[in-house]
Design a protein around this ligand. Structure first.
Ligand code: GLN
Length: 482
């Protein structure tokens, strides 16, 4: 990560990032550019550097913030009309931690409204364009953040992943994207989508940067009681490799003297046979096969896994998540936050008009589904069944990780699709998430790694999945194989 110092000032770094952001304005990446605030912070950091004071690990590093992270800088809209003009009185813990290390937010990025979607086409501000093909979607919901990193506007951006919203746009735009273990990074101050699957993570160009950001952002937070003790920083590099014997080789270390006589131990990589079918684009299946061959040639073992319960992941997700969405969105009533519809005769009408005008169609669809599956008479048939399926999926991942160290799978069935291709067909859009949502239901971490391009030049990413709390090992393994 390029940090500010006496030669390269924070002001220079910020100005460059803002210039690039403006240069790529037609991609519709940002919902707000923090010009004044970012430059002010940059000058403060430069002054501290000039005085020889200590600065943070991210001193002067410009970053992009998904517009569902609360902070008083700019409106936090979640790309939804109903949150227009909402200035947050609080700062999300993740943001506070980044800023404590002197990172500088240069803008807020576009998303599907309330993070409901896989393309950013559900945004009140219109879609973000793919970094590699302007006729294609950026992916979603964190499409703006992924493209901001892919186009080198910033070195990192924040994201949220409830069912794939970091990993899928990362793979559509050829960058790294991590959905950590549930509870690894505090959700405090992030607009809630589905509280039992929401995870906070990042987009970066390298696994090294991801490691640095996770070491800063992870940890227990008294403001989010679902956060875990800081296992991320508790683990040293040695502990990460615990139990994995060092293997000596004939390598004379000519390529890298620090590797002399050692290679890292072979791992067992699981591939999910259930995903190896026609519904997955050939370019992605080929990329997976190629990566497996490469891993084998490096001494790793490929293990075939049968995970039949994963077929329940998508239907279970689209019951559990709308149920939580309906509950979380009930707070937007036109009284406490942002937008309020005028001309209401009474309070009931104010609620109704505000919510009718303020939510996007996909938000409303989820509120309707959520209230339906939670209603008496249907709760047992839908919500409870989905909760049971979720338990099966959790158990299936636990069993899988007895047979392998990591799992490597596609992130989505196809590379970036065309704008408009799926937006009017909710089921086709939901199917985008078929390979990503099970990780959120199980709480396990997944890291998108870019592995290549299609014949037409679209990026392909694969996700590396590990057991809960294996985030650091996962990132370290990505450093080895990416
Ligand atoms: N695309 C998924 C959905 O629409 C995931 C969204 C997300 O992770 N925020 O639910």
């Amino acid at each position: 990560m390029k940090t500010a110092n006496k030669k390269i000032t924070a002001e220079r770094l910020v100005k460059d990032a803002l210039d690039k952001a403006k240069h790529f304005a037609d991609y519709n990446i940002f919902t707000f550019l923090n010009e004044e605030g970012a430059l002010k912070k940059a000058r403060e950091i430069d002054a501290r550097i000039a005085r020889g004071e200590k600065v943070g690990k991210l001193a002067g590093v410009p970053y992009a913030l998904k517009d569902n992270f609360l902070s008083p800088e700019g409106e936090t809209t979640a790309s939804a009309h109903i949150l227009q003009e909402f200035i947050s009185p609080v700062t999300a813990t993740a943001v506070a931690k980044l800023e404590a290390e002197d990172a500088i937010m240069i803008g807020r990025t576009n998303l599907d409204a309330f993070a409901h979607g896989s393309s950013t086409e559900n945004s009140f501000f219109g879609p973000t364009l793919n970094a590699y093909d302007k006729e294609r979607v950026a992916g979603g919901s964190s499409g703006g953040s992924a493209v901001a990193v892919a186009l080198d506007i910033v070195e990192f951006a924040t994201g949220t992943d409830t069912g794939g919203s970091i990993r899928q746009p990362a793979s559509f735009n050829g960058v790294f994207g991590l959905k950590p273990t549930y509870g690894c990074v505090s959700r405090y101050g992030v607009v809630a989508m589905a509280s039992s699957t929401d995870c906070i993570g990042f987009f970066t160009k390298t696994p090294e940067d991801m490691d640095l950001l996770m070491s800063i952002a992870s940890g227990q937070d008294p403001k989010d009681l679902t956060t875990l003790a800081d296992y991320y920083n508790g683990e040293s590099q040695e502990q990460c490799l615990e139990g994995l014997p060092e293997v000596t080789t004939e390598d004379d270390g000519a390529s890298d003297p620090s590797l002399k006589n050692t290679v890292l131990a072979p791992r067992r990589i699981g591939i999910i046979k259930d995903f190896d079918n026609e519904s997955v684009d050939k370019s992605i299946r080929d990329a997976l096969k190629e990566k497996c061959e490469l891993l084998k040639s490096k001494g790793h073992e490929i293990v075939e896994l049968k995970m039949p319960s994963l077929k329940y992941a998508l239907p279970a997700y689209y019951i559990i998540v709308p149920a939580e969405v309906a509950s979380n969105l009930s707070r937007y009533d036109g009284v406490r936050y942002g937008f309020r519809s005028d001309e209401s005769k009474d309070l009931d009408q104010l609620y109704e008009n505000t919510r009718s005008e303020g939510f996007m169609p996909e938000n409303k669809r989820r509120i309707m589904i959520g209230n339906f599956v939670l209603s008496s008479g249907f709760y047992d048939a839908y919500f409870l069944k989905a909760a049971k399926a979720r338990t099966l999926i959790i158990e299936e991942y636990e069993k899988a990780f007895e047979k392998c160290d990591y799992i490597l799978t596609p992130v989505s069935p196809s590379p970036a699709f065309k704008l408009g291709e799926k937006v009017n067909d909710p089921i086709a859009m939901y199917f985008e998430d078929v390979m990503s949502v099970s990780l959120n239901l199980a709480g396990v971490p997944g890291l998108t790694i870019p592995v290549g391009k299609t014949d037409t030049g679209l990026p392909i990413g694969l996700q590396l999945v590990g057991p809960r709390r294996s985030d650091k090992k996962l990132i370290n393994f990505a450093k080895e194989i990416a």
